[in-house]
Design a protein around this ligand. Structure first.
Ligand SMILES: Nc1ncnc2c1ncn2[C@@H]1O[C@H](COP(=O)(O)OP(=O)(O)OP(=O)(O)O)[C@@H](O)[C@H]1O
Ligand SMILES: [Mg+2]
Length: 375
């Protein structure tokens, strides 16, 4: 008995010659869960999906789908894709060029000899959801890239398989349609309750769609958690820096024996419990990586947070990016640069010397050598 996981990867490795695409990956995706695989280009996302789909055999490790062992090279087990009941939407999808949109979407049901009326009902439902109703009689070559991608999506979701595997299915859509489809896809997945593994390198997509996010880098799993967990409790500098925009600020600092972070140009007083943790970890006198998100660096004249005088820092405004609803402010103090997110009401201008406050409750400390989080 393997438990409730719909898909389970155990110590999966994948090598292509000298390249190790996936390194000792263990991951459980729960029944009905929407799991996002997130990571930069080349980190092994597509390879992982292809192994689950059965398009690629792992070099080592086991894959289970609904308690059935579908891949284990040591035991010589390899269940072919057709028998896995998974539907995959590829990063580079292929539609049947001679078939209409209608027939492309209907195809998987025709293969399964579903009655014509039922097919028609489902094609129209799916087309409506994907905004393809007007295009049902067209051929793929008469569609834009984004429209083709939606047809490919339609062809996968019409099947209602055990598991959806989606590889950047929204990457060809324009920004607005992407936001809309993000919500639609998530809603659809909830309605159908189909376990979904969704690959993206877009952290906003991951944060907004995933029940949980698995962050990968260079073939290795870094962290699995809810969007809040990976955002607020990143386990290392990679996860901390990959999720969030603009990214978290990282600054080198030394922990002083009187409980300060010493940046050279300025100091920040640690909270008592933070200092105690660092003392326990033997970090006093040592260099660490300090992390703080831009939204946790406040304009001193607009902040509501209660900060001791000693944690107010003077800095020069280098550049302001005005996003309308807020301002991204690039600040500098000597040779130390960092970014802050100020409210639109903030009056700061480029070249100003301003007072900023660091919300010490929100800071992160990472080890300098391993880049792992202490908190
Ligand atoms: N068939 C193959 N032969 C050799 N190397 C491969 C093969 N497929 C993938 N790789 C390598 O394995 C690594 C992981 O590739 P993969 O396609 O899984 O990355 P990815 O995370 O999907 O990236 P992207 O976001 O760019 O799609 C890369 O270094 C890639 O070059
Ligand atoms: Mg890929």
């Amino acid at each position: 008995m393997i438990g409730m996981a719909e898909v389970k990867l155990i110590n999966i490795w994948k090598r292509f010659g000298d390249v190790t695409a996936v390194k000792d990956l263990s991951l459980e995706i729960k029944d009905g869960e929407f799991l996002v695989l997130l990571g930069p280009s080349g980190c092994g996302k597509t390879t992982t999906l292809r192994m689950i789909a059965g398009l690629e055999e792992p070099t080592r490790g086991q894959i289970y789908i609904e308690d059935n062992l579908v891949a284990d090279p040591e035991k010589g087990v390899f269940v072919p894709p057709k028998e896995r009941d998974v539907a995959m939407v590829f990063q580079s999808y292929a539609l049947y060029p001679h078939m209409t949109v209608y027939d492309n979407i209907a195809f998987p049901l025709k293969l399964r000899k579903v009655p014509k009326q039922e097919i028609d009902k489902r094609v129209r439902e799916v087309a409506e959801m994907l905004g393809l109703t007007e295009l049902l009689n067209r051929k793929p070559r008469e569609l834009s890239g984004g429209q083709r991608q939606r047809v490919a999506l339609g062809r996968a979701i019409i099947r209602r398989p055990k598991v959806f595997l989606m590889d950047e299915p929204l990457s060809n859509l324009d920004a607005k349609l992407r936001v809309k489809m993000r919500a639609e896809l998530k809603k659809l997945q909830r309605q159908l309750g189909v376990t979904t593994i969704y690959v993206t390198h877009d952290q906003v997509e991951a944060m907004t769609m995933g029940d949980r996010i698995a962050v990968m880098n260079k073939g290795e799993l870094q962290q699995v958690g809810t969007p809040d967990e990976v955002y607020y409790k990143p386990v290392n500098t990679f996860v901390a820096g990959f999720i969030g925009s603009p990214p978290m600020n990282f600054l080198d600092a030394t922990i002083t024996d009187d409980g300060f972070l010493d940046f050279g140009e300025f100091k920040l007083k640690l909270l008592q419990d933070q200092f105690e943790v660092l003392e326990e970890e033997n970090m006093v006198g040592k260099e660490v990586i300090f992390g703080i998100r831009p939204e946790d660096v406040h304009d001193a004249s607009f902040t509501h947070i209660d900060v001791p005088e000693e944690n107010t820092v003077k800095a020069t405004v280098d550049i302001i990016e005005n996003l309308g609803g807020e301002k991204i402010v690039h600040l500098r103090r000597g040779n130390i640069s960092f970014t802050a997110k100020f409210p639109k009401e903030s009056k700061v201008r480029e070249g100003d010397e301003v007072s900023v406050v660091f919300d010490m409750k929100k800071i992160h400390i990472f080890r300098k050598d391993t880049e792992k989080a202490i908190f």
